[in-house]
Design a protein around this ligand. Sequence first.
Ligand SMILES: Cc1cc2nc3c(=O)[nH]c(=O)nc-3n(C[C@H](O)[C@H](O)[C@H](O)COP(=O)(O)O)c2cc1C
Length: 188
Amino acid sequence: MATPRRVAVVVGSLRKDSLNRKMAQALAAIAPPSLSLEIVEIGQLPLYNQDDDTNPPAASVAFKEKIAGADAVLFVTPEYNRGVPGVLKNAIDVASRPYGKSAWKGRPAAVMTVSPGAIGGFGANHHLRQSLVFLDMPALQQPEAYIGGAGELFDESGGLKKPETKKFLDSFLAAFAAWIDRTAKPAA
Ligand SMILES: Cc1cc2nc3c(=O)[nH]c(=O)nc-3n(C[C@H](O)[C@H](O)[C@H](O)COP(=O)(O)O)c2cc1C
């Protein structure tokens, strides 16, 4: 069997009981054999400062290396005030610089937004897609993944309560795997 694609999962919430983290963990647990999902932490990153481009903080360098070592990136994020949470935008900025040395460039991406609210983080999902255009990350279009009512999805141990949720997540991961096959750049 071919080596699984390494997917860096970036979670846009630092909260201990984050629904988005639970979702990321659920996705990792059910991913097909062709994908290997690993959460890459962002909570330790200093705030991006362009003055540091010549001598970036060690945590930023390490994060950037993890993204650069991945075949693809899956963003799983809440919506804050109809947009991308600041911690996630910071992580995106950190790994995008210095100019011309972005770790994101060319990596296939998928976006899932997860919210207890009814509209499933639609605003953040598309706000994030705006950055993906500039970062030159080919982003999976379908199925769109605006996961609403997320407070009802997980049992106490983080398992998925409803079969229809798993069915959708399976279809999302299958589409992402096919998208990576179509759009990933061949290894240099
Ligand atoms: C600062 C802030 C802003 C929020 N804004 C939105 C919003 O615009 N849309 C939404 O659906 N939920 C919003 N929420 C509620 C979050 O969706 C909810 O707290 C969710 O559980 C956060 O994700 P997490 O569980 O992964 O931490 C907001 C929460 C916070 C703390």
